[in-house]
Design a protein around this ligand. Structure first.
Ligand SMILES: C[S@@+](CC[C@H](N)C(=O)[O-])C[C@H]1O[C@@H](n2cnc3c(N)ncnc32)[C@H](O)[C@@H]1O
Length: 393
């Protein structure tokens, strides 16, 4: 492992990978899935990946742990600030008995765990304090907490989280409350492929969109029926859903086969691979997931302002759910421009070859990011960022 610890910042993520899992134990259908997607099965043998935490910046400065506090609480010097992502730290836990949940900063809600690849997806939204942000698949909510944290307490920015699963949204609500970051957040239990609630028009007694007049609102109020939120912060509770306002930023962190989440896949060792095959490897299930992802991207785009940014991400490493979907989207939406995303200290994996639109391959390779345990020492993750251009500029 080589780190430059001069000022506590990560210089290089090169590390020796310990192995813990015999890939011969993976079921045949999954091995075929990996082969079809040119995914190296060795990624499932990588153990002791670094862990990542974000400081809860809703807390006042004197309640936030410093790098030295974190080293002392983790009982290791191997804690590093991630260069380029404020308030974000990597910790190498092997050799210590501590877990993230053991440290005082975690117990005081001063830090939360979130993988660096996920943080890069949130960072790619380039959230500003007045942004209206839509998170179309928000539960259980680590990215939504980070979004709320970046929006901060000043400004007119809000976050709207949507998820189909009520029980997962309940976890999300608990997280927002636990970290006390939900004062400008609302949640909807809804299908993201048809979700049409506009960005809120008011934050408490402040107008978010000054061009939206009361009269317009009253006229539209007669036509629209209110979609009841699953949960809403007090400041957003009386939104009449009558604005015409679309969102500045949309995150589509789509439902996927989760094959990039090594910890998730290895749980099936205990649960039984049969359940994994039924849940994820059935070809009809994979077709349906890819179609769902395209429909989520479509609706995310419909709800995005001109000039706005949409980030698409999955924790799958399959071509079908990543490069193929990006190519499909670029071909479908002439107003979509793919933008390069900084990878910070991480060394991304190679972008795979999609089949549908060969002319778009160079653009996808130049702009999208793939992460995996071997290349980047993170969970498997894919991120693409689109900006909505004016159609007839
Ligand atoms: C990868 S997880 C999202 C993780 C989340 N962004 C986070 O950071 O914790 C995908 C989520 O999509 C939700 N989902 C599945 N189908 C959906 C749909 N049609 N509309 C909205 N959410 C959906 C699932 O319930 C699941 O919570």
């Amino acid at each position: 492992m080589s780190y430059n610890d001069n000022n506590g910042q990560v210089d290089s993520m090169k590390r020796d990978h310990a192995t813990s899992f015999d890939i011969k134990r993976l079921p045949d259908s999954f091995k075929k899935f990996l082969l079809d997607n040119s995914i190296d099965p060795q990624i499932y043998t990588v153990a002791n990946l670094p862990r990542y935490i974000r400081i809860n910046t809703h807390l006042p400065d004197d309640k936030r742990p410093t790098l030295e506090d974190l080293k002392s609480q983790f009982e290791t010097d191997k804690v590093y600030a991630v260069d380029g992502i404020d308030n974000f730290f990597m910790v190498q836990l092997e050799g210590t008995t501590q877990r993230i949940s053991d440290i005082t900063a975690y117990k005081n809600q001063a830090v939360f765990g979130i993988d660096l690849s996920s943080a890069i997806a949130v960072k790619a939204l380039e959230i500003q304090k007045d942004d209206q942000v839509l998170d179309l698949c928000c539960a259980p909510g680590a990215k939504l907490c980070m979004i709320a944290n970046i929006l901060g307490k000043d400004g007119l920015g809000t976050a709207t989280g949507v998820d189909l699963a009520g029980h997962r949204l309940a976890t999300c609500r608990s997280m927002l409350k636990k970290y006390k970051v939900g004062e400008k957040v609302r949640l909807f239990e809804a299908d993201g492929t048809t979700f049409q609630v506009p960005a809120p028009s008011r934050l408490g007694n402040k107008m978010i969109d000054p061009e939206e007049s009361e009269q317009d609102g009253a006229r539209k109020r007669q036509k629209t029926s209110l979609v009841e939120p699953f949960w809403s912060a007090r400041l957003l509770r009386h939104d009449k859903q009558t604005s015409n306002t679309l969102y500045d930023k949309v995150l589509v962190d789509a439902e996927c086969t989760h094959d990039g989440s090594i910890a998730h896949i290895l749980k099936y060792e205990k649960w039984g691979w049969d359940a994994f095959e039924t849940n994820f490897m059935d070809p009809r299930r994979i077709d349906n997931i890819a179609e769902l992802q395209c429909n989520l991207m479509k609706q995310g785009w419909n709800m995005l302002k001109s000039g706005g940014t949409m980030v698409y991400s999955t924790c799958s490493l399959s071509i079908r759910q990543n490069e193929d979907n990006v190519a499909w989207f670029l071909n479908e939406y002439q107003d979509a421009a793919l933008e390069k995303i900084p990878s910070f200290n991480l060394k991304p994996a190679k972008i795979k070859q999609q089949q549908g639109f060969p002319a778009l391959q160079d653009k996808i390779e130049a702009n999208c990011l793939r992460f995996d345990p071997i290349s980047s020492s993170t969970s498997g993750f894919f991120v693409a960022r689109f900006v909505k251009k004016p159609l007839f500029a």
